[in-house]
Design a protein around this ligand. Structure first.
Ligand SMILES: C[S@@+](CC[C@H](N)C(=O)[O-])C[C@H]1O[C@@H](n2cnc3c(N)ncnc32)[C@H](O)[C@@H]1O
Length: 215
């Protein structure tokens, strides 16, 4: 089957910027205290040898996967971009990172206790979210937890140039109400929803939605 253009463009864009990403954000912290608080709340049931497995889809350079690991979670990462996967492996040699797309995960039905999409669902056009949320639902065990983070807004941010590279990268800002609606339609039960004001260089509010698969 032919790969959709948006997937090819996103992979190509991240492959091109991966080296700059590593150079510019060598020790990038994981968001602010509220983002870390949501990640910590998400992680709590999985901490310890019996917990998990948890997968971060769109794991990028691996900073969030590593943060969850530091909390004692059995976690690995999956990313569309081979260059980002290579960067994550170099940066976090003790952790597992695989290539793959959240649109068709190479994972068994019901095999995960938790799934994280931290600023990665933003690269899938919103009209295609029902298919991706159905995929998240498929790979999570009943009761399994999902945490999604995204920038809030209506208009996508589109880049044709990034750090001197020609790219075609869309960052879809999303509506917390619409994502919540999509999650409920896909068979998730909402647990918490945090929308915070922009801080630092951020231009728009940031949202964190925590849900679990209906048992
Ligand atoms: C903004 S970065 C976020 C990375 C990481 N979650 C973090 O917060 O540091 C988005 C990442 O999602 C990945 N991505 C985009 N679309 C994807 C897809 N369909 N499946 C898997 N990964 C994807 C990109 O390659 C990129 O590494």
């Amino acid at each position: 089957m032919t790969e959709p253009t948006y997937l090819r463009d996103t992979r190509d864009g991240y492959d091109k910027i991966s080296a700059d990403y590593a150079e510019r954000f060598p020790t990038m912290r994981v968001d602010g205290p509220l983002g870390r608080a949501m990640l910590t709340a998400f992680a709590e049931p999985f901490q310890g040898a019996e917990g998990g497995p948890v997968v971060e889809v769109g794991s990028g350079a691996g900073r969030v996967t590593a943060f969850l690991h530091s909390l004692g979670v059995r976690v690995s990462g999956i990313d569309l971009s081979p260059a980002m996967v290579a960067l994550a492996r170099r940066s976090h040699p003790g952790l597992r990172f695989d290539e793959g797309s959240m649109t068709a995960l190479d994972l068994q039905d019901g095999s995960l206790a938790g799934l994280l999409a931290w600023y990665s669902l933003i690269h899938v056009p919103p009209e295609l979210h029902p298919g991706v949320l159905a995929e998240f639902h498929r790979v999570l065990a009943p009761g399994g937890r999902l945490l999604v983070a995204f920038q809030v807004g209506d208009e996508p941010l589109s880049f044709t140039e990034a750090w001197g590279h020609t790219v075609s990268l869309d960052f879809h800002r999303l509506s917390p109400d619409r994502v919540t609606d999509g999650l409920e339609k896909a068979g998730f039960v909402m647990e918490a929803r945090l929308v915070r004001e922009p801080s630092g260089d951020e231009k728009v509010p940031q949202a964190y939605l925590l849900a679990h698969r209906l048992v």
